[in-house]
Each structure stands twice: as C-alpha cells, then as structure tokens.
Design a binder for this molecule. Structure first.
Ligand code: ADP
Ligand code: MG
Length: 301
C-alpha cells in the first residue's frame, strides 16, 4: 500500500475513533442483547420450516475414500450447534461443502427452505449470508483493527478502492457495535499484526460480523488460545446465539461445555458427533458423553 493511502486511512480512522468510543460506551448498557443494525443486506432466508441449514444424505469421496458418507444435519434459526469428532471425521469437509468450496457427489444442502446451496458458487454463498471462520486467523496484519473491519464491508472491491470508501452512518454504528462485541474497542487503532493470537481470531470474527451473516461456521476457533481468551470466546459466541446461527467445530471439551450449558436453551442444546463422515450421535452434551460409541471413538474413558 502507498504511504498516501495509509495516511488517508489513518485520518479517517481518527475521525471515527471518537465517535466509535462514544458508541461503544452507549452499547455497553445493551450488553449481550444489543441488536445490530442491518448494513449488508443479504437476501432473505426462508426459515418458516424451522431450519436455517439442512443437509440430507450428503456424500463426497476423495480418490475413492468417503470423507462424507450420507451425512444429514439440521440447524435451527438462532441455534448454536457444537460439532465434535476425531480428526479425519469430515468436520472441515462438511464446512467446505456448505460454503461451496467442495461439491458433494450426492445429497441435498439447503440454506433455509428455498435456497439450494449446491447451485451457488463459493463467493455467492458468502453473499447469501454464510460466514466462515477458518482455523488460522487471516486478518490484514499491516492494517489497523479499524481498517480491517472497514475493509470487511468492501471485500469485493480490492484494497485500493476500499481505502477511499467511506462508511455511512449506519455502517459506522455497526463497526462500533462489532468492536464492542469482539472486545477490541480499546485496540481500534492498533495494527492487527501486533494483536495476540486470540485478538486476531476475534478480529476475524468481527470481520465476518460486519457482513451480518445469518449463519456462522467456525472451525476450531479456540485452538491456540489462552484459557482466558477461550472463556471470552465462549462469551462472545453465546452473545451471538439467537441473532445468528452458529456451527462450531471444536476439540476443547471445556469450551464445548461452556457453550452448551449456558445461554437461553442451555438444557436442550444439541451436540453432534461426527465419525467417518456421518453423524455418530446427537443430543445434549450429557447424552453424547454417556454414549458408549462416542466414548469409544472420541472421548475415551
Ligand atoms: P476433520 O476436519 O474432521 O479432521 P477433514 O474434513 O479435514 O476432517 O477430513 C476428512 C477426511 O477427508 C480426511 O481423511 C482427509 O484426509 C480427507 N480429505 C479432506 N479434504 C480432502 C481433499 N481435498 N482431498 C483429499 N482428501 C481430503
Ligand atoms: Mg478439520
């Protein structure tokens, strides 16, 4: 990036910082339930049948090996679903299929009851309102926290055009809310490269939230985080539940415990166990922990 672009970015940032600080304070009282203004208008998703995501009998083979084998899964609007299972179970491949990165050999994948995801390209699926967080943080290290979030609104315009893009008032408000949600309001002017690993992960989640996705797919989000960062991430996800649907893949069972035993439907929250490309068990955390097959292939004794 050229120095004048950097300067333009820095100036705009200063102008917004004061406003953002005010707004961040203002949203404090709203706490977890503070609503988001809609900025990025994704097409409406029809969830009248009680599902935001629906997979039925999905299979995919790589060189004859069935990575996903007749997988069926149903996620309700606003649900926070945890998915666990051994390495190689197909968890990441499942996300690749939902996001259009991998095409299944057979099966059905619907977003709401009307959007057949198998008809869309990866970039279109993101536009439809499905945000994905990969395992490694992929923030722009040379840009500030602010600039990263700002850029997230304009990902398809390329960096130079985006540097001259100005937030409208609703977008600035949203940026402030997201900053607050991801606990980075006090780091707004910091270079992303200087954040801790956990903060980079939150920033990337913030970048997804700027697009106001209906469904968020999070692949091993707390890998490499400190215990404290892990706890704050659980709080963050619980704060998103309801307004967004979340599918969280993780190995950290303490984190899974936090997510499933807190929040509005704590007693009924489902955990799905994947094994060899299909659902081995599904139920409350207590149910799956008591399931002999799950203990055998994953949790151990
Ligand atoms: P998990 O995320 O549950 O650990 P993955 O979905 O990454 O599992 O992988 C499931 C299986 O599919 C593994 O055996 C993996 O090696 C294989 N696999 C995944 N993606 C590909 C690919 N693009 N080409 C070949 N094999 C793959
Ligand atoms: Mg994986």
């Amino acid at each position: 990036m050229t120095p004048d672009l950097m300067e333009a970015g820095a100036e705009r940032q200063q102008a917004y910082t004061a406003r953002i600080e005010r707004l961040a304070l203002a949203t404090e009282s709203g706490g977890r339930s503070a609503g988001y203004g809609r900025v990025a208008q994704a097409g409406e998703v029809d969830t009248t049948h009680g599902r935001i995501l629906y997979l039925e009998d999905v299979s995919v083979s790589f060189d004859g090996f069935k990575a996903i084998n007749k997988l069926s899964l149903d996620i309700a609007p606003g649900e926070l679903r945890c998915i666990i299972g051994p390495n190689g179970a197909g968890k990441t491949t499942m996300m690749d299929i939902i996001t259009g990165k991998t095409r299944p050999d057979e099966g059905t994948v619907f977003f709401g009851s009307t959007i057949d995801l198998l008809r869309y390209k990866e970039s279109e699926i993101a536009q439809l309102g499905i945000g994905r967080k990969f395992q490694k943080p992929t923030v722009f290290e040379q840009l500030t926290v602010f600039e990263n979030l700002e850029l997230a609104l304009k990902t398809n315009k390329g960096v130079p055009a985006s540097m001259f893009f100005r937030l409208d008032s609703a977008q600035a408000d949203r940026l402030a809310e997201v900053l607050h949600t991801i606990h980075l309001a006090s780091e707004v002017g910091r270079q992303a490269g200087n954040l801790s690993h956990g903060q980079k992960q939150w920033l990337e989640i913030g970048m997804l939230l700027m697009q106001d996705p209906k469904l968020l797919l999070l692949d091993e989000p707390v890998a490499g985080m400190t215990d404290e960062e892990t706890e704050r991430t659980a709080e963050l996800f619980l704060s998103l539940e309801g307004a967004h649907s979340l599918v969280v893949v993780e190995h950290d069972m303490k984190f899974i415990g936090e997510l499933t035993t807190n929040g509005p439907n704590a007693a009924k929250k489902k955990v799905t166990v994947l094994h060899e490309g299909s659902v081995l068990a599904e139920g409350t955390l207590a149910d799956v922990q008591a399931n002999d097959k799950v203990v055998e292939v994953y949790l151990g004794r």
